[in-house]
Design a protein around this ligand. Structure first.
Ligand SMILES: *Cc1c(COP(=O)(O)O)cnc(C)c1O
Length: 409
């Protein structure tokens, strides 16, 4: 059921002024300096980002620097192979740097410039967000401090090299487990100290207000372009629209422009190796309500409420919570959330490569895998639009090593 009749009304209603999507979202912070910093951030976003000057500068950056609009492409060979369903992909793999993350990093960088800041701060796990943000910092001529766990630094040498080449400082985090969680803490601490000169840039549509709102708005370019391109090519709306959900940024940016349309929206979560504890990162499917990293949403937690161990073969999807707007849309039944396993995702990656000449990221392959599954099941002509959030070059070694034999590559 679709209770929304109008896209503009929806975005005016959600989130409310305190950053709530129904009961989800908000801004939960102990440090009074951080409360001040986020208030300034929200005020800056609400005033500056609505100005026509900001909007036209961001539009120019997207066109001249990022190479937007990215195409929407009809996968005819793949569709014919599967049956009657027509699969279309929105090609965020062709966005500069090879994924959708740059969409919100350029927006955050431009906001920093208008707010008079000189530095961008963030953490990174696998390094994808760090590279996108370092790219934005280079473009705007700003300093960039990326906090990264020592364990991740050792694992992600190519992305560390990219960040350094782009002029960022990669700051090793050497306490606790020395991975993403500790890097988040270190980056927040740095922000609390430096917020007069710096802004913190989140990597997904999660975190305290205003991040879920801001990232949703910056990523909505994906759904807006795809909706117009799809209608131009086919003369109608797609029956179904799907995207992979980690923290939820490419999915929310894809979905919201379709919110008032008679279109089924499907978020695809990483099912990993199965339903057991620590075997997946499907926060909506297997999680429950709770506050983590400063916002209320669905989360995967262990018995005492701490973030659970999560797993997926897509490093960009293994986050134990999810953006609060997704939590609300799930409760309302407006978006359906499903899971896809590690292996189903790899099968989709191999098929798109072989039949269409496009090598997608393992993250994006989760969304495509669900489309392939439906195309095999549904014996009727319908159309599915899938957001391909990024390209798979970063995943090739891993895929060959772990799945080469099974998929005969
Ligand atoms: C980071 C990443 C994701 C997951 O992030 P969302 O915020 O859920 O979109 C998906 N695909 C790619 C290619 C990524 O780099």
């Amino acid at each position: 059921m679709n209770k929304y009749r109008d896209y503009d009304n929806y975005t005016k209603e959600y989130p409310n002024e305190e950053g709530y999507f129904g009961k989800y979202g908000g801004a939960f912070m102990d440090d009074p300096e951080l409360v001040k910093a986020f208030q300034e951030y929200a005020d800056g976003y609400n005033t500056i980002a609505q100005s026509s000057q900001f909007i036209s500068e961001l539009r120019r950056i997207r066109k001249d620097f990022q190479g937007r609009p990215t195409p929407t492409y009809h996968c005819q060979r793949l569709s014919n192979l599967l049956g009657m369903t027509q699969i279309y992909v929105k090609r965020e793999d062709l966005n500069h740097t090879g994924a959708h993350k740059l969409n919100h990093c350029m927006g955050e960088g431009l906001l920093a410039k208008y707010m008079g800041k000189k530095k961008l701060i963030a953490e990174t796990g696998a390094g994808q967000h760090g590279v996108a943000l370092a790219t934005a910092a280079a473009y705007f001529g700003m300093e960039c401090d990326i906090y990264m766990g020592e364990v991740d630094i050792a694992k992600q040498a190519p992305n560390v090299a990219r960040m350094k080449l782009l002029g960022a400082r990669v700051i090793p985090v050497s306490f606790g487990a020395k991975t993403l969680k500790e890097a988040v803490d270190a980056a927040f601490n740095a922000y609390a100290e430096e917020y007069r000169d710096a802004i913190y840039c989140i990597g997904t549509a999660a975190g305290p207000h205003p991040f879920p709102l801001m990232v949703r708005d910056f990523q909505s370019v994906v759904g807006q372009e795809a909706r117009a391109q799809f209608i131009e090519q086919t003369g109608h709306l797609p029956d179904k629209v799907m995207a992979a959900v980690g923290g939820g940024s490419n999915a929310i940016g894809t979905f919201i422009p379709f919110i008032a349309d008679p279109v089924e929206l499907i978020g695809v979560e990483p099912g990993g190796r199965g339903a057991g504890y620590g075997e997946n990162a499907a926060s909506i499917t297997y999680g429950r309500e709770g506050v983590m990293h400063g916002f209320n949403s669905y989360m995967l937690a262990d018995e005492d409420g701490a973030p659970a161990a999560v797993y997926s073969n897509a490093s960009g999807l293994d986050y134990p919570s999810v953006g609060p707007e997704h939590a609300m849309l799930r409760d309302q039944g407006r978006v359906n959330y499903v899971t896809v396993s590690d292996e189903e995702a790899i099968e989709a990656l191999v098929m798109l490569s072989k039949y269409e000449g496009i090598i997608p990221a393992i993250e994006s392959s989760h969304a495509l895998a669900h489309a392939i599954k439906l195309a095999r099941e549904v014996g009727k002509p319908e159309s599915i639009l899938v957001t391909l959030s990024g390209r798979g070059d970063k995943d090739l070694d891993y895929v060959l090593e772990n799945y080469g034999e099974k998929f005969n590559i």
